[in-house]
Ligand binder design. Structure first.
Ligand code: ZN
Length: 255
């Protein structure tokens, strides 16, 4: 190869490599697309229904405050819990379930499940599944990836066992700011029938989240929205549970 051709080849290869990296980064972050299996950022419906979801708990204090607000408004939500935190606060996790909310799997240790071995990823799923079953969670166990990140292995493992990956189409980004006005407007501007809304009840203390959830629920109710669990939302969109399982917590719980 002469020098000119070599440079062209090197630049070309570098560009393809860079493009591939950017593409993989985009793929890992996509809320709406994955290589295998089912991913649901929302559900297609004309009914004014939404699913509120809370990630990273259970956390004493914060989760309890959220539960209080949900109870006051008489609405049900879905909590994607981290296995390690269930072990730390099993009574609180059980209380979330007892109050009629759906509880899903958000991995065991909340590490990014990309560029990890299949056995590592499977263990992250299985350990939390076992904890959820131990709490008494029945039926289909929904999964949400830590940081919403996935590439090849996680979607492949989930699809192999007929598991659904639940993401979101409305994010408050309450892990970045606790400005109540901002959190509220972000949700209100992007919510629509069938939306799955993301807040956090775990992590750093989030007094802004607690207030924003109160405001958002009030505003959406005033607009005629109903709040359902993710499994109820999927059912409304005609999406059936994986074969061989029954729908999780679709029975209307007392409140
Ligand atoms: Zn998370």
């Amino acid at each position: 190869m002469n020098r000119k051709r070599w440079i062209r080849w090197a630049v070309g290869t570098a560009l393809v490599g860079l493009g591939l990296l950017v593409g993989l980064g985009k793929l890992s972050r996509s809320w709406t697309y994955q290589l295998f299996g089912e991913i649901y950022p929302r559900v297609e419906t004309s009914e004014r229904v939404v699913a509120l979801t809370f990630d990273d708990g259970p956390k004493p204090g914060q989760t309890e405050e959220i539960l209080g607000i949900l109870k006051r408004h008489g609405v049900k939500a879905s909590f994607f819990m981290v296995g390690r935190r269930i072990e730390r606060s099993p009574e609180l996790a059980a209380r979330v379930l007892a109050e009629g909310h759906q509880v899903g799997n958000h991995s065991y240790s909340h590490r990014r499940l990309v560029l990890k071995s299949p056995s590592y990823v499977q263990e992250e799923i299985d350990k939390t599944d076992a904890l959820l079953r131990g709490l008494g969670v029945q039926g289909e166990l929904l999964f949400r990836a830590p940081f919403g990140k996935k590439l090849v292995v996680l979607p492949w493992l989930l699809s192999r066992s007929g598991r659904k990956h639940i993401t979101f189409d409305v994010v408050s980004r309450d892990d970045e700011t606790q400005d109540v006005g901002l959190l509220t407007s972000r949700v209100m501007e992007s919510v629509r029938p069938g939306s799955i809304i993301l807040f956090h009840d775990g992590g750093q203390d989030k007094p802004g989240t607690v207030q924003a959830v109160d405001i958002v629920v009030g505003k959406l109710k005033a607009q005629g929205y109903r709040f359902v669990t993710v499994s109820e939302l999927l059912a409304l969109g005609g999406i059936t549970p994986a074969s061989g399982t029954i729908t999780a917590s679709t029975a209307p719980a007392a409140n």
